[in-house]
Design a binder for this molecule. Structure first.
Ligand SMILES: [Zn+2]
Length: 276
């Protein structure tokens, strides 16, 4: 297998996976969405809630705030030796939130969560609740590691998708309507040069919709189709977007190492069975 990174930003990653299979690409995609652990608020203790929002709804909203996760600093609570309901420093990050509206309506934002550790919201501008004059909220919140398969608030990747690598073949000498083909393509794969000769400009942008194949009229029927589109099922174009909890590269790496761990566990089980 081979990986080529096309574009890397703080919260997104586009890469090509070569010499692989649809089964592996899909296992990787599912791993990124459902298995890579991140921190999210799970327990909230309300000391005071005079807002119009029920405790449960407010706790749910706090749970959905993405938190910057230092994966190396925490262990999953179920694996932690503290065995406590609210966890310890090794498995839990804590926050306090105290806000009160005095003479005018205020909005409480994610930035108002005061973190006791390095685990902080990915953005300070996520609205949590509005408070009218006289209303007050005072609470403690506890975050722990979890997985997307348990609840969407623990999903590390907001997008993890792939498509087959497009292969566009153009026989322009047999194409009678190049302008129509250029125009019909929704992702502008084709373009024409100064002599109005059609050429393939952005092959990677092809979404395999086949609109160009349907639009193309051959000048000679006997010579076969002027445009052909094929998807390569050994090469995949991946697009990964992070909620901000983890860098996108780390999400891919974690999903890969989880697959390795599972394969090793499976091998060990088979070996144990053989020895019986
Ligand atoms: Zn613990």
């Amino acid at each position: 297998m081979e990986v080529e990174i096309l574009e890397e930003k703080a919260d997104s990653l586009r890469f090509i996976l070569r010499d692989s299979s649809p089964a592996f690409a899909n296992a990787l995609r599912r791993g990124m969405l459902a298995d890579v652990p991140v921190m999210a608020i799970e327990d909230v203790i309300f000391l005071e809630n005079a807002s119009v929002m029920y405790d449960e709804i407010l706790a749910h909203r706090l749970g959905l705030v993405p938190l910057k996760t230092d994966l190396d600093a925490y262990v999953p609570r179920e694996e932690c030796d503290c065995k406590s309901d609210l966890g310890c420093a090794k498995c839990t990050a804590s926050f306090v939130l105290e806000a009160e509206a005095t003479d005018q309506t205020i909005t409480v934002y994610s930035g108002d969560l005061k973190a006791a550790t390095e685990t902080v919201p990915t953005s300070d501008r996520i609205p949590v609740v509005k408070l009218a004059p006289g209303q007050k909220v005072k609470l403690e919140a506890y975050a722990r590691l979890g997985r997307g398969s348990e609840h969407a608030k623990w999903q590390a990747a907001s997008v993890a998708a792939y498509r087959y690598m497009p292969k566009v073949t153009l026989h322009d000498e047999n194409l009678s309507n190049p302008e129509d083909v250029i125009k019909i393509c929704p992702t502008r794969v084709f373009a024409s040069d100064s002599t109005r000769k059609i050429f393939i400009k952005n092959e990677l942008d092809c979404i395999l919709c086949n609109a160009c194949v349907e639009q193309a009229v051959p000048s000679d029927q006997k010579k076969g189709p002027p445009v052909e589109i094929n998807g390569d099922d050994t090469t995949f174009l991946f697009n990964v977007e992070s909620t901000g909890a983890l860098p996108p590269k780390r999400i891919v790496r974690e999903a890969g190492s989880l697959l390795i761990k599972r394969a090793e566990a499976m091998t060990a089980l088979v070996d144990a069975e053989q020895k019986k």
